[in-house]
Unconditional design. Sequence first.
Length: 329
Amino acid sequence: FCRVDPYGFERPEDFDYASYEAFFSRYLVVLTRRAIKWSKLLKGNNSIQKSLKVKRYIRKGIPNEHRALVWMIVSGAQTNMEQNPGYYHRLLEGEKNAKLLEAIKTDMNRTFPDNVKFRKTADPCLQHALYNVLVAYGHHNKAVGYCQGMNFIAGYLILITKNEEESFWLLDALIGRILPDYYSPAMLGLKTDQEVLGELVKMKVPAVADLMERHGVMWTLVVSRWFICLFIDILPVETVLRIWDCLFYEGSKIIFRVALTLIKQNQAFILEATNFPDICDKFKQITKGTFVTECHSFMQKIFTDPGSLSMATINKLRETCREKLLSQG
């Protein structure tokens, strides 16, 4: 058995190889079929127009060999990169903010200690690329600078694109456009979205909302890492990448779909909790097991389980939740 997965992550001691093999042999058939369809769609000219067909293809998963390219195109990162040639390298050559560099350096060894490609002994060691991307981004977006969590996002981007400049522009697409205000110093967007999830749970899984309220468990305790890390280190790699496929194309509502599906599917299990620590523990457990490993069926579920969820609904909820937070502050 291979102790290290294709992305360089070491598998945990209790990794269930048998059920993973069973899943993967089925999934491989799907991937092969999708790859043929994608090759036809891209037809070697590397451009895609947004359409229902493309949306359907993306929901069914982008094959790894096309993933970086498709993310770049659908997120707008490709256009930005082409309109700003040499910008990334100029950021790296320009004057630097010492405090920012210090903050980034501190987090280097904490980023994916279980990934062999980020070890100092690796050749090439991806820490260098990660450092560059974060430094460039911190100087590009001074309002954000560097916040914890960004190291994991940038690290994943580097693993997939194998390209610093593309990772930089994808990070910009996520932080600048797709996720509203998650990484600013006040993290208002992040706090808002956790409250929005709470409101959505009230509407769609009311029994769980009642349980949380009865025991005084704040949503931020159980889901903040889901939002900050976009499910990195929470869900299996393949599943995270499938979620990101949709995130780059459809935007931040995908995060709510995933969160609601995890909660709804595991409603009975969560409702067994009888106290505060118990609830927190249940939320850790629902992100493990075959349901989340089987990324293909999981992704079908996120588009059916939560029912309809429009951007208009989310934006309305965001407005009221943000106002509430600001009035408390």
